[in-house]
Design a protein around this ligand. Structure first.
Ligand code: SF4
Length: 66
């Protein structure tokens, strides 16, 4: 699994950090998403999928082939 985050689209709502705080962080100045683990380990995949679902701006996407 590989995570893609579009910081142009991100509105800094922080839902991804709330859902998977070990995978996502927020930029201190902009508030936009920072991906800490672009290729998260398998035990975090479910949390990452939840984060993608709850993101209100659609800034997050995942590809499964990594
Ligand atoms: S949940 Fe979406 S909009 Fe909110 S900080 Fe994360 S990527 Fe950005």
């Amino acid at each position: 699994m590989r995570i893609k985050a579009d910081t142009e689209v991100c509105i800094g709502a922080g839902m991804c950090v709330f859902t998977a705080g070990d995978v996502f962080d927020q930029d201190e100045d902009e508030g936009t998403v920072v991906v800490l683990l672009p290729e998260p380990p398998p035990d975090r995949h479910a949390a990452v999928r939840r984060a993608v679902q709850v993101c209100p701006s659609g800034a997050l996407s995942i590809s499964e082939n990594a």
